[in-house]
Design a protein around this ligand. Structure first.
Ligand code: ACO
Length: 429
């Protein structure tokens, strides 16, 4: 009868070991029993960048990259994008179930009433240069929040954890909007409790010279959809950073700061910006074949917004965003780069190079076009990612804190440097 085990023969010793297989994994620490002798530390797994290592069990987000499936707590992303709101999805991610009407009202009330930040935060913002990157400002001010809520270090208390998680979700749009206003030399706009989460954010960013500013409902809806699509994506670089830093039991503001700084990198949250630059460089549909030739020529040019470590099929988020584009452009007028993007996608999806490598549009291929059409500067795109990802970060952080199998994260290394040698005085080196 088939057994859920793996038999491994160590050819150094001829010994055979039987390792348990659970959830399609072996437990890496069990490899340590495989030794050449009592002095041997035991076998380790070498896996730079965690290509094939599960760092946790998680019940939050499911991805099947081959089939192009993304689900939050079992709900397909397409259904959530069509029927839900970012705050409802936030409740779902944090609690595992969709809220009842009353639960959603309570949750919305709490989030709405924690959107203000301490007045001193404005002074931190003012301390940045006029051209500071909005992500640097966001990361620094979120880190500073930890000093305003010293009780947040009690990470074992559910009650204390929960209020910080909701504060982070509530304050992130305020801090992002303040960073935008600072970079534009505009006065900060305070949150307005009469507005929805997304309306409030757009108002804090966009309102100039009017007390009755109201963002267009179609734009509010589109941004809400984009927020839903970006809310979580299991163990990506920034989420893993939050888990690793949080595993030291530091407060969640400090842990989430690690997520923001990881997201800042161009290989993670910065790709939508690169897509816009690429489309501008192509400039016209007639230049697409030449551009594709360059990508295939191997000079290092990439078709930005294509390809994904996990999705080897159409990124389900890209499909939803493509649809949202039409609704946004009806209000803002068409972004002339859209036609180039659509044609580029059409040609690439028929090309043997992209087909054989399973390269499909990812979430960033169309999102930058929407952000630009909404009037956001390219520098601000990653803040627009960090706001909704906050709920993913805090939900994953709490899952880690409450997981009895987790400990402080501390990988092993394969040491390749020099061993013990005697110190030499400077004149002898
Ligand atoms: N354009 C052209 N060729 C590509 C692209 C691309 N966008 N992406 C991958 N390839 C090629 C690689 O050169 C490689 O070819 P080879 O087998 O001939 O050497 C093959 O496809 C496999 O690609 P890998 O680099 O092994 O894929 P990996 O999983 O390491 O990288 C990544 C994934 C980083 C997303 C990559 O596809 C890429 O750089 N894409 C463009 C940047 C981008 O859009 N990033 C956003 C990702 S979504 C997000 O983070 C929110």
């Amino acid at each position: 009868m088939a057994k859920d085990t793996l038999s491994v023969t160590d050819n150094r010793t001829g010994k055979t070991y039987e390792l348990k297989i659970e959830n399609g994994c072996i437990r890496a620490p069990e490899l340590r029993t495989i030794k050449t002798g009592p002095e041997d530390f035991g076998l380790m797994a070498y896996d730079p960048a965690f290509l094939n290592t599960a760092n946790c069990k998680s019940a939050i987000t499911f991805i099947d990259g081959d089939k192009g499936i993304l689900e939050y707590r079992g709900y397909p992303i397409e259904q959530l994008a069509e029927k839900s709101t970012h705050l409802e999805v936030s409740y779902l991610l944090m609690n595992g179930e969709l809220p009842t009407k009353k639960q959603l009202e309570e949750f919305t009330h709490i989030i709405t009433h924690h959107t203000y930040v301490h007045e001193n935060i404005k002074q931190f913002m003012d301390g940045f240069r006029y051209d500071a990157h909005p992500m640097s400002m966001l990361a620094s001010t979120v880190a500073a929040l930890s000093s305003f809520y010293p009780e947040a270090k009690n990470v074992k208390s559910k009650e204390i954890r929960r209020i910080q998680m909701m504060r982070l979700i509530a304050k992130m749009p305020t801090l992002a909007a303040f960073s935008y206003r600072h970079s534009q030399g505009l006065p900060y706009i305070y949150p307005n409790n009469d507005l929805s989460y997304v309306e409030n954010f757009l108002t804090m960013v966009k309102s100039i010279g009017r007390t009755n500013f109201k963002p267009h409902p179609a734009l509010v809806k589109a941004l809400d959809i984009l927020f839903i699509l970006h809310a979580d994506h299991e163990q990506n670089c920034s989420t893993t950073s939050v888990r690793v830093v949080g595993s030291s039991e530091v407060d969640p503001y400090s842990a989430v700061t690690a997520g923001i700084t990881a997201l800042f990198g161009p290989l993670h949250g910065g790709a939508n910006e690169a897509v816009l630059r690429m489309l501008r460089e192509i400039g016209d549909k007639k230049n697409i074949p030449d551009f594709i030739k360059r990508v295939k020529g191997g000079d290092g040019t990439k078709l930005m917004g294509f390809g994904h470590r996990v999705y080897k099929n159409y990124d389900p988020r890209a499909k939803v965003i493509k649809k949202a584009c039409d609704e946004v452009f009806e209000v803002t007028g068409k972004n002339p780069l859209l036609e180039i993007a659509i044609e580029l996608e059409r040609i690439a999806l028929q090309d043997e190079y992209f087909v054989s490598r399973k390269l499909y549009p990812n979430v960033d291929f169309y999102s930058g076009l929407i952000y630009e059409a909404m009037g956001f500067p390219v520098d601000f795109f990653t803040n627009l990612f960090a706001i909704p990802r906050t709920v993913g970060w805090v939900s994953q952080w709490e899952e880690m804190i409450t997981d009895s199998e987790q400990k402080i994260a501390r990988p092993r290394q394969v040491f390749t440097g020099a061993r013990k040698r005697d110190y030499l005085a400077a004149d002898k080196r």
